[in-house]
Design a protein around this ligand. Structure first.
Ligand code: FAD
Length: 414
């Protein structure tokens, strides 16, 4: 093996691991270094609020690759190492242990980090956040002990943690300023489905209010809301969104605005520097604007696209945003991107929790979610991608096959 060129990936994450895998799969036989701040080889985060959190699957199931994979593929995995500065002029990266690495190509897959609440009591013991497997192990330990948990935030992380905690038998209260869970993404109609789902499972939903303070002697003992309520608890989980990690890029003078700015090939403005996954704010050709997606599928698919761009064989990343969530017995997939819409059309009764919801802007579908209905995301994505006018009645009618709403030859990813 030659070692003429060095391709460095910062962020031993899903996107980073998939990029390294693709470099080798495409025949690149020079030096690949994968650097990760955590002491874990790359793993997937979705199980951390679902089956792994509930103790239903082993640690081994969360990893992207088996233990020996990186050595076998001659990928230098540097764990427990943080890249602390970057010089794009000299193409040098400095690590926290003083090492300096010269790179020919650099990929930043440094992800996102939880937004922290800075309110009185925010630093008390027992106020937990969930991003890493170490965070998850700490939370798992709390779930094992039982008791009462207050979840701050009814977004995806908060809602899934609340469901898992209920499934483990804890008393659960959720606090969120919005009127229904997930309202920002799903709107009131579908958010109501999730509110009722949690209520039916015995979660106390405190909606339309927010937390003012955490109180306790050494550890959190109670949560105070802005409308004067007090909730006794054993611990708290905060899930109030994430922020892209951009410090390294900003310090190096790369353009940053809600993420590291990249083009449709995932290239930054600096020669030889790329970004992918949660950290990247990507020009999306289908939408004609930049979007930053914080989902598993985006990290999974952007890694390989970034790798091909590093190899000088750029693809265009234009997949529609797609994500999934599992809460109790309600599984769903959501495709598309809707920052605004006119109305929601249901195929099936949302009260049965077995339905498809379509978000429409004018007469076009901009997003769709199948809940406990499977094998339809391809058709939903075609519907969005084709931007064809659809009739609400046919959309809602379960007797009209989704295929009939989209031309048979309509491409999925064109
Ligand atoms: C609990 C949980 C549940 C989720 N569930 C779902 C789900 O059901 N469906 C879904 O679609 N998505 C889900 N997601 C989101 C999904 O996991 C993320 O979109 C995905 O992990 C993003 O991957 P990434 O490769 O961009 O980076 P990340 O997973 O954020 O990883 C980035 C890595 O880079 C490392 N790093 C950062 N800075 C440096 C540095 N300077 N030097 C070295 N290393 C560094 C970090 O330590 C981290 O390990 C979930 C996320 C969480 C936390």
């Amino acid at each position: 093996m030659t070692s003429d060129r060095t391709f460095v990936i910062v962020g031993a994450s899903l996107a980073g691991a998939k990029a390294a895998e693709t470099l080798r799969a495409e025949g690149f036989d020079e030096r690949v270094v994968l650097i990760g701040a955590e002491n874990e080889r790359p793993y997937e985060r979705p199980p951390l609020s679902k089956d792994y959190l509930r103790g239903e699957v082993d640690r081994e199931t969360v990893y992207v690759h088996p233990e020996g994979y990186y050595a076998e593929h001659d990928i230098e995995l540097r764990l427990g190492r943080t890249a602390v500065s970057l010089n794009t002029a000299t193409r040098e990266l400095a690590l926290d242990d003083g090492e300096r690495l010269r790179y020919d190509r650099l990929l930043l897959t440094i992800g996102a980090q939880p937004r922290r609440l800075s309110i009185p009591g925010g630093e008390l013991d027992g106020v937990l956040y969930l991003r890493s497997v170490a965070d998850c192990d700490a939370l798992r330990d709390r779930l094992d002990r039982g008791g009462t948990v207050v979840v701050i935030g009814a977004g995806w992380i908060g809602a899934e943690v609340a469901a898992s905690a209920r499934q483990r038998g804890l008393e659960v209260a959720v606090i969120d300023p919005l009127a229904v869970p997930l309202e920002r993404v799903l709107g009131a109609e579908v958010g109501t489905v999730y509110r009722d789902l949690h209520l039916d499972h015995g979660v106390r939903m405190l909606l339309g209010t927010s937390v003012e303070a955490f109180e306790g002697a050494d550890a959190v003992e109670r949560v105070r809301t802005i409308d004067g309520r007090t909730l006794e608890c054993d611990f708290v989980v905060v899930g109030v969104g994430v922020q892209p990690r951009t410090g390294l890029a900003a310090q190096a003078g790369l353009a940053v605005d809600n993420g590291i700015l990249v083009d449709q090939h995932l290239q930054t403005g600096a020669p030889g520097v790329f970004a992918a996954g949660d950290a990247a704010n990507t020009h999306h050709p289908f939408y004609g604007e930049r979007i930053r997606v914080e989902h598993w599928a985006n990290a999974l698919h952007q890694g390989p696209v970034a790798a091909r761009a590093m190899l000088g064989e750029p693809d265009v990343y234009d997949r529609l945003p797609y994500f999934f969530s599992d809460q109790y017995d309600l599984g769903m997939e959501y495709a598309g991107f809707a920052s605004s819409w006119d109305r929601v059309v249901f195929r099936g009764d949302p009260a049965t929790r077995e339905f498809i919801a379509f978000w429409l802007a004018g007469d076009r579908v901009v997003a769709g979610m199948n809940a406990n209905v499977w094998d339809v995301t391809d058709q939903i994505q075609r519907l969005i991608r084709q931007r064809i006018a659809v009739d609400d009645r046919r959309l809602a009618d379960p007797d009209v096959p989704l295929e009939d709403l989209v031309p048979a030859d309509a491409p999925l990813t064109a």
